[in-house]
Design a protein around this ligand. Sequence first.
Ligand SMILES: [Zn+2]
Length: 247
Amino acid sequence: MFPDLERLIRLQQLDAAASEATRVVEAIPSRIEALDAQLTAGAAAVDDANTRLSEKKSERAAVEKTLAAVQTRLSRFREQLMAVKTNKEYTAMQHEIATAEADVQERENTILEHMLELDDLAAAVTAADVALAGSRADIERTKAALQTERGELERALASTARKRTTLTETIGAPAQALFERISKQRQGIAVVEARDGLCTLCNVRLRPQIFNQVLLNTELIQCDSCNRILYHGPNAKSAAATTVDAP
Ligand SMILES: [Zn+2]
């Protein structure tokens, strides 16, 4: 194989690896932000549950206070009932007592309802706490893994950059200039395989004499359509990422 072509294929592989690693590294901060947002939401759910519980407790305390006042009034009416002199007073007092008794009953019912609601609200606080603790452990683990991944990728990127520098020192200036120009114009992909008579990136059918020249791998031949440098790799995979769309 033409030495510069072989080196350009390798250069393309290094660029593809660097571009993929860069893409992953650049996505890490937003992945960490999303995890932090999950934690914030979990903490807010715990706060909400605690707020609802303490509001209900205050509500119950207020009802209990009112109940105590009504019970005091009821006791006083019952004492006064002993001291009434007339039937009219007796009837009036009985009416007051009945009203106070209904009042007591109503507030006792409300307190029972509140007790059931408080049980549910306390259970909700526990559930929110448990959920937060569980997700916090998961999220901290995932964040630590992302930081490790970032470190590894950054080391890999530095190593790829060193390999690229070493490699480019061995490539002829015209070949390298051609590579860099196409790479800049074509989303970082300057070298692609030709297979079955087609450019594997833009899928254009090559003229037979061009494809025959490509099969020899003895010179730099460009795709008529996308201008990328073509090579024939009998068993090799495409040097370029196959997921990248043709322009
Ligand atoms: Zn092409």
